[in-house]
Write a protein that binds this ligand. Sequence first.
Ligand code: GTP
Length: 342
Amino acid sequence: MKIPATVITGFLGAGKTTLIRHLMSRAKGARIAILINEFGDRGVDREMLLGCGIDGCSDDNIVELANGCICCTVADEFVPTMEKLLAREPLPDHIIIETSGLALPKPLVQAFNWPEIRTRLTVDGVIALIDAPALADGRFADDPERLQAQRAADPALAHPSPLVELFEDQLACADLVVLNKSDLVDSPTLASLQDDLASRVGNGTKVIATRQGALDPRVALGLAAAAEASIEHRHCHHDEDGEDDHDHDEFASFVATFGAVGDPAEVEQRIRIVAPAHDVLRVKGFLHVTDKARRHVVQAVGGRIDRYYDRAWTTGEERRSELVVIGKKGLDCEAVTAVLTA
Ligand SMILES: Nc1nc2c(ncn2[C@@H]2O[C@H](COP(=O)(O)OP(=O)(O)OP(=O)(O)O)[C@@H](O)[C@H]2O)c(=O)[nH]1
């Protein structure tokens, strides 16, 4: 029998790690291996899962694919990593793959047809996680006037924005669409987003609203879609692009590293100032707070910032503050770092 793999897509900060955490907390002893690919190479998501203390979220079970975006490193990184997982004893019962928020799902799913792995693995399903408040704010919709003006100027060049393309490609490849952060929109908005999404996806694809990624593992990990068999027929923007035209080239990331902070609320305040000024899409990482035994997690998505203490610093671990910052191409790393570390 083939080992099922679930691919989780969704834009930066939609709640992919939160969903995995939820699924792991209900894994009931199943051996689940997690493969994480991040944009920004600091392994924050892996650290976040390791810090959550849930059974199964352990060093052995979480593999990080750090050298580039999963959809571009299929041959060099992804397939060999899967082969290593398939050489494990005992074998995993299920593999969950968290793609970076900027990954194109299609090349990844296509990789499951490679001879090295096709007889042993199947894509149980591709889950597209959607950030409900971001969708409601129109962050994944084009400005019709802009697009029309571009089309008028040059029809051949009038592409949707990279954010819109990614969103549409992630929807096109999905076997299940999860509208997450339902607590952050009102009921009529949620219902209308759900209807809108349902009308955009294929007939067999369900749209489920969730809060904190609270999805039943029997649903999330039991789609039995064998997505690799039908992936060729799922039409993506990327199909039209040349090999060199990857959407994540439109984004940039860097890590701001600094020492102890006296008050994490001050860092939050700095993020609130710098993020809108520089069109920052995502900030995540850990702070070393003076005199505190625990690390302080910082998570910023759009205008929302969550902070909390997670695990204690371990002996021998270097205590420092590190924030991964992701924005659009041309992000002024020096200016943003200067504010964050002021
Ligand atoms: N209010 C609210 N916050 C949520 C929900 N789900 C996730 N979050 C928060 O959203 C932030 C981002 O969540 P993650 O799970 O890290 O998102 P992600 O998709 O893994 O992020 P990237 O890997 O950076 O793309 C965190 O602060 C979460 O606590 C939800 O349903 N409601």
